[in-house]
Design a protein around this ligand. Structure first.
Ligand code: BDR
Ligand code: CA
Length: 320
C-alpha cells in the first residue's frame, strides 16, 4: 500500500482522479490539499468536498486549503473548460425538495494551510509519502521554500503537467498546470526528489468519447455514475466546440493509473526545464526526449505512452 497526498484544483478531471484514487485499494490516501488553478482555491475546496460527497465514505482523508495565488503571475482560471463552478455546474443541481443533489462530504477542513499539511504529512511519513500533484505546483514549491530539508523526505512526486512533443492546451507551447505557475514548476523540477511527469503527450492519447462515457454510465446505477454524467456535460460541449470531438481528456486520472497500473505506462528519463520568462513560451516545458540525446543529468521520468484501452477498462471498472 502506497501512502499518498493528493494536491488538486478540482476541475472535472481532478474529480475523476480523486474518485479513482479513493477507489484504489493499492493507495492509502492520507491527505488532500487544494490549490488555485481551474477555479479559485475556495471553490476548489468546495469542489473537493462535493466530489468526496459522491462516495459513501465513513472515513475521510485529512483536507486543507492551499495557496490562493501563483508565486509570481496573476491567477488564470479554466472555468470555460470545467464550467463556472469548475465541476460542470453540478453544485447548482437540486433535488425536488431544493436540497443539493450533490451535497458536500460531511467532513471538516483542518485549520492548517495546505502547505503546512504537506509538511506535516512528510514529517509523519518520511521517505514513504508520494505526492500526486494534479494542479499548478504552487503548494509544492511553497512547501519546498518553507522547509526544503523536510521536503527532501518525500518519496516521489507524480504530476500531471507539461507538453513536450505536442502542442500546449493554453498556448501553443504551454500546458495549463505549468502555464498557471511556471515559477513553481521551475522550482519543483530543480528540487532533488524523484519526479514523474504525465504530460499532454500521454493524456491526449486517452480520448474518452461521449459515446463511450454514456455507454459505460448506462451499464451502472448509483451516485458515482450519475455524477460522472452530470459533471461532464459542460466540458464535453467545450470539447465539441473547441477541441473537435464530443468527449474529453481525463488528464488527471492518468497519474493515479501510473501508480496502480504501472505496466500500462511507458516513461523515459529526461532533463526537464520550464520557461518562466518567454513572451510566447511562458510555461513551456523543455526536454530533449530523443534516446540518442539523453542528458547526463536527468531530473524526471516523462510518460510518453499509455495502453489506452486497458487503462479505460480499468478506469470504468473501478468507478462502478
Ligand atoms: C490540466 O489542466 C486542468 O484544467 C486539468 O484539471 C488538468 O490538471 C490539463 O492540462
Ligand atoms: Ca487539475
Amino acid at each position: 500500500m502506497q501512502r499518498i497526498l493528493i494536491d488538486t484544483d478540482p476541475g472535472v478531471d481532478d474529480a475523476f482522479a480523486i474518485l479513482l484514487a479513493m477507489r484504489s485499494p493499492e493507495l492509502q490516501i492520507e491527505a488532500i490539499t487544494t490549490v488555485c488553478g481551474n477555479v479559485p482555491v475556495a471553490q476548489a475546496t468546495q469542489n473537493l468536498l462535493t466530489t468526496l460527497g459522491v462516495l459513501d465514505l465513513d472515513e475521510f482523508p485529512v483536507i486543507a486549503e492551499g495557496e490562493a495565488e501563483p508565486l509570481v503571475k496573476p491567477l488564470v482560471l479554466a472555468t470555460h473548460v470545467h464550467g463556472d463552478d469548475g465541476l460542470g455546474n453540478t453544485n447548482q443541481l437540486q433535488n425536488t425538495d431544493n436540497s443539493p443533489l450533490y451535497p458536500p462530504a460531511n467532513t471538516s477542513i483542518v485549520s492548517a494551510s495546505g502547505v503546512d499539511l504537506i509538511l506535516e504529512m512528510v514529517t509523519r511519513y518520511p521517505d514513504e509519502l508520494t505526492i500526486i500533484a494534479l494542479g499548478p505546483l504552487t503548494n509544492i514549491a511553497t512547501a519546498i521554500r518553507k522547509d526544503a530539508k523536510k521536503m527532501q523526505r518525500v518519496q516521489k512526486i507524480v504530476l500531471m503537467g507539461g507538453a513536450f512533443e505536442t502542442y500546449g492546451n493554453v498556448t501553443t507551447t504551454a500546458e495549463f498546470n505549468i502555464f498557471v505557475d511556471p515559477h513553481a514548476a521551475h522550482e519543483v523540477f530543480q528540487f532533488d526528489v524523484p519526479i514523474h511527469i504525465v504530460p499532454l503527450d500521454a493524456t491526449h492519447q486517452v480520448i474518452l468519447t461521449g459515446e463511450r462515457l454514456r455507454a459505460e454510465i448506462d451499464k451502472r446505477e448509483g451516485k458515482v455514475s450519475q455524477f460522472l454524467r452530470d459533471a461532464t456535460q459542460a466540458c464535453m460541449e467545450f470539447y465539441r466546440e473547441e477541441v473537435g470531438f464530443w468527449g474529453f481528456h481525463i488528464h488527471d486520472a492518468l497519474p493515479i493509473g501510473t501508480l496502480t497500473r504501472p505496466d500500462y505506462f511507458e516513461s523515459v528519463r529526461a532533463h526537464v526545464q520550464v520557461e518562466t520568462e518567454g513572451t510566447l513560451t511562458s510555461g513551456m516545458t523543455v526536454a530533449d526526449l530523443r534516446p540518442e540525446r539523453q542528458h547526463p543529468n536527468p531530473n524526471a521520468y516523462v510518460c510518453i505512452k499509455v495502453a489506452v484501452e486497458v487503462f479505460l477498462d480499468y478506469f470504468f471498472d473501478r468507478l462502478q
